[in-house]
Design a protein around this ligand. Structure first.
Ligand SMILES: [Zn+2]
Length: 549
């Protein structure tokens, strides 16, 4: 349907070119005052139902792109345009901005196909405390080794802490704290959009609130935000939200709570209370927002199931503790208690996504694996199996630990963004969480069209202008004249997420055209190989007024 040149457009383009050659010669156009305004459009999308990212009801318009930006929204003559796409029957929205990605390895997979195929045009990485420490170098690579999508990053507390004093279970010395602050300072100068923490992961979990406040103050000075994978998303989730808000309050910067959820079965239904804490902070005038992926299962490491103290000093130290009988008994006891407190009877909700040592375990639950490996699957045996797999290098996991009602209540909240918490997928590798292939499509297909939980306009807002506003990506997230031309065209009736937990390597359906900075990266549902993505650096904050010179 989307032939890049309709016959009429091609003819018109040729005529325009001939006219220009005849009247002015080949280079004459550039010198004229109104040359830019008269240059042909690079792309005109006609007859679109525009959902512009603001949350307003859709409107009918043509959208013209020139020089990487949206040049015109309204009635546009496609004559002379280099490329014309008839969008009849489909929705045109701003490219989706996924503010919670883990794509530190994106330069190995620059086409980011799993994201592009579900309409994502901008990724924010460096989440959950893990980022490149040298943000300048990380973002700088985008100019030598181009990407299909735009890329922004946070600077991660865990990465900075590990760089300065490894995985020691203690507070930093004053000198170490200064070194950490200097690294955050440099990262912010290099364009990081803020500071992230992962307070369930070693070594971030060893940090007290004050340490995070100190670093967040540095990000605040540069106009950054604080994005957090909180200390708890289960039993102590309310305290963890309070801590996040306190950090924002003391450091004076906006707070983004990452992958907002209730992950203890015992607390299912409590999202009303936890959302209430966020609403209350906002009523007091504090900027707090959240993001969410549209699934009732999470995905993280196997390591995170072990008590934090086991991992002090790294995996080798952890293995020694597991091998020591007294410490072993304590680990088993604490793991049993933690499961029980969360309301799970065993690890049958825990599925292996990727286990290098024995890939045949991928896609199976810990209970199933224990039965296979040990001939029995009581809780004690399951814990031994987990410890063995930790010692063999650990695994990536999927945890079916949330309630659908909480997922839906969180999605309806106006301050909730849609974000995948995913990496760039290698097609066919492992059994990863399906969110990396289907997150945006699932929201548009299942929650908007089928369940009517949120309107199309609101869902698009949660994927575009809300993340752009929150992460200071000022020229993106809306279909408006002058904004960067990141655009996505999809069929509202066809959009779907065939990727499942059992069979995740399936691309999202229903997306026909994706444009990044004015260049087409997906056409008729297929990647074009174009890599027009840019590194997006936080715009420098206004320098504070200084007395004297
Ligand atoms: Zn996280």
């Amino acid at each position: 349907m989307d032939r890049p040149f309709t016959r009429a457009a091609r003819t018109a383009a040729l005529l325009a070119l001939l006219a220009a050659l005849v009247s002015h010669g080949p280079a004459a156009g550039r010198g004229r005052g109104r040359a830019a305004a008269e240059a042909p459009y690079d792309l005109v999308i006609t007859n679109a139902r525009v959902v512009d990212g603001s949350g307003n009801p859709w409107f009918r318009a043509d959208v013209a792109v020139r020089g990487g930006v949206v040049a015109r929204v309204g009635r546009v003559s496609p004559a002379g345009a280099k490329r014309v796409v008839d969008a009849r029957g489909r929705v045109l929205a701003p490219g989706f901005i996924d503010v919670h990605a883990h794509v530190e390895n994106i330069y190995e997979l620059p086409d980011a196909e799993n994201f592009v195929r579900m309409g994502v045009t901008t990724l924010v990485t460096g989440n959950c405390g893990g980022s490149a420490v040298d943000v300048g170098r990380f973002l700088g690579r985008a100019s030598e080794s181009p990407l299909a999508v735009n890329l922004a990053t946070l600077v991660g507390h865990n990465s900075v802490r590990r760089e300065v004093f490894g995985s020691a279970n203690r507070a930093p010395t004053p000198e170490e704290l200064e070194k950490m602050k200097a690294l955050v300072e440099q990262a912010m100068r290099d364009g990081a959009v803020g500071l992230s923490t992962g307070l369930i992961y070693v070594p971030g979990s060893y940090a007290k609130t004050d340490e995070v406040v100190e670093l967040a103050r540095v990000a605040a000075r540069h106009g950054g935000l604080y994005a957090t994978h909180m200390r708890s998303e289960g039993q102590e989730v309310a305290d963890a939200i309070r801590e996040s808000i306190e950090i924002g309050e003391k450091a004076g910067l906006p707070v983004q709570i990452s992958h907002f959820k209730i992950s203890a079965k015992k607390l299912w239904g409590q999202s009303e209370t936890t959302l209430g804490l966020v609403r209350e902070a906002r009523r007091r005038g504090q900027q707090v927002t959240v993001d969410q992926y549209a699934y009732a299962a999470s995905s993280t490491s196997l390591d995170s199931r072990l008590p934090g103290w086991v991992e002090e000093g790294g995996r080798e130290e952890g293995k020694k503790r597991i091998a020591d009988p007294a410490q072993h008994a304590r680990i088993v006891r604490e793991m049993k208690e933690s499961l029980k407190r969360a309301g799970f009877k065993d690890f049958s909700h825990a599925v292996v996504a990727s286990y290098r040592t024995k890939p045949e375990y991928n896609g199976k639950t810990i209970a199933e694996i224990t039965k296979l490996a040990r001939g029995k699957a009581d809780l004690g045996s399951q814990i031994e199996q987990v410890l063995e797999m930790y010692s063999a290098g650990g695994a990536a996991m999927v945890y079916h630990s949330m309630g659908e009602d909480d997922v839906r209540r969180i999605m309806r909240e106006p301050f909730t963004m849609i974000a995948s918490d995913s990496g760039v997928r290698r097609f066919g590798e492992g059994v990863p969480h399906p969110r990396g292939y289907g997150n945006n499509a699932r929201v548009l297909g299942l929650y908007v069209r089928d369940l009517k939980l949120v309107t199309l306009e609101d869902a698009v807002r949660k994927m575009t202008s809300l993340p752009a506003q929150t992460f200071s990506l000022r020229d993106r997230g809306l279909v408006r004249e002058g904004m960067a031309a990141d655009l996505v065209l999809f069929d509202e009736a066809q959009v779907s997420d065939p990727s499942t937990f059992a069979d995740p390597h399936k691309y999202a359906a229903g997306f026909s055209l994706v444009v990044v900075n004015g260049e087409v990266v997906l056409e008729e549902g297929r990647p074009t190989g174009a890599r027009p993505g840019r590194a997006l650096r936080r715009a420098a904050a206004e320098p504070p007024q200084q007395a004297g010179g």
